[in-house]
Design a protein around this ligand. Structure first.
Ligand code: G4P
Length: 294
């Protein structure tokens, strides 16, 4: 479902998350491991403020491991408690439990010293649409619950889901908006399915994806579509080759560029060609610290 975010929605989403925050000990910030930075809400630090935070790099199964590891280290250096998981297949959920304990240790130590009785850790999930919030909640609840949908502002009574004896999770995730102002981020969000088709120009997304493959994994690109890369790697020429190989032709034997565009995006979104992380740490690290200094 595509959400059109308007200032009113954003303010309301933020208000709701701020309210929910009061009820929890720790926040589970969910990001897509294929774009660990680009899938973060731009105001997340301001919104979450001082609450202990576990950053969950979800969809680990579709990302490039070495890159996911670099981002995990980055989040650790930032003072968060990062974990890599695959919610769809329920993998590495134990790590999440360990991270939740580590993130709340100080608070629970303080409570114990004051003589308070031990209790379960209370947590909530926040993240932009499509990073896997409902999937994770369902996996943790070990049952499929009705999805509340991505509509910000749908109020319903919140409940706690018991996850074993040590964790209680709010059943409604906080849905925050993605970054929209940056063109490249928009393309990455589209390539991973975080924003749906109407907001971005799909041809630009496909070209971005194709260029990413040319630069980062030319062998697999050639093998997967059975095409030949050249010196120039002219994008139209490569679209032609893919279209011919896949029989994506219109009347008069013209290449159906729209079909090739959709194919490329689908194959990248579903990690058919390979597992990629579109946020490349080495390329982004300088700007990370620059923006922080400002
Ligand atoms: P949201 O609540 O944050 O909006 O996200 P949601 O759980 O609806 O998940 C969005 C899509 O991401 C779903 O796919 C879901 O299956 C998939 N997904 C979530 N976590 C993971 C993961 O760790 N690994 C992989 N590979 N996929 C994950 P969908 O195409 O919308 O639905 P479906 O085809 O899975 O039914």
């Amino acid at each position: 479902m595509t959400i059109q975010w308007f200032p009113g929605h954003m303010a309301k989403a933020r208000r709701e998350v701020t309210e929910q925050l009061k009820m929890v000990d720790v926040v589970f910030e969910l990001v897509d491991a294929r774009i660990p930075l680009s899938s973060r809400n731009p105001m997340i630090d301001e919104i979450i403020n001082q609450k202990p935070r576990v950053v969950i790099l979800n969809k680990k199964d579709m990302s490039k491991q070495s890159e996911t590891d670099k981002w995990t280290q980055y989040f650790k250096n930032e003072g968060f408690f990062p974990v890599q998981i695959d919610s769809k297949h329920g993998k590495h959920l134990n790590e999440l439990m360990k991270a939740a304990k580590a993130a709340t240790k100080d608070k629970f130590d303080r409570e114990r010293r004051k003589g308070l009785r031990p209790r379960a850790i209370r947590a909530m999930i926040v993240g932009i649409p499509n990073v896997g919030k409902s999937t994770l909640i369902n996996k943790l609840a070990k049952k499929t619950m009705a999805k509340t949908g991505n509509t910000p502002g749908v109020t319903k009574k919140q409940q706690w889901i018991k996850v074993g004896k040590e964790l209680e999770l709010l059943d409604t995730p906080g849905i925050l908006w993605p970054r929209f102002e940056d063109q490249v981020i928009g393309k990455k969000l589209s390539l991973t399915g975080a924003i749906k088709d109407s907001i971005v120009h799909l041809d630009e997304v496909a070209i971005y994806g194709l260029n990413f493959l040319i630069e980062n994994d030319p062998e697999k690109l050639q093998k997967f579509y059975q095409i030949e890369l050249t010196e120039e790697n002219d994008v139209v020429e490569l679209f032609d080759q893919i279209g011919k190989r896949r029989g994506m032709l219109k009347r008069g034997n013209e290449i159906d560029y729209e079909a090739v565009t959709e194919l490329l995006i689908r194959d990248l979104r579903n990690a058919k060609i390979g597992n990629y992380c579109f946020d490349i740490y080495e390329e982004m690290k300088d700007s990370l610290y620059e923006t922080k200094d400002n």
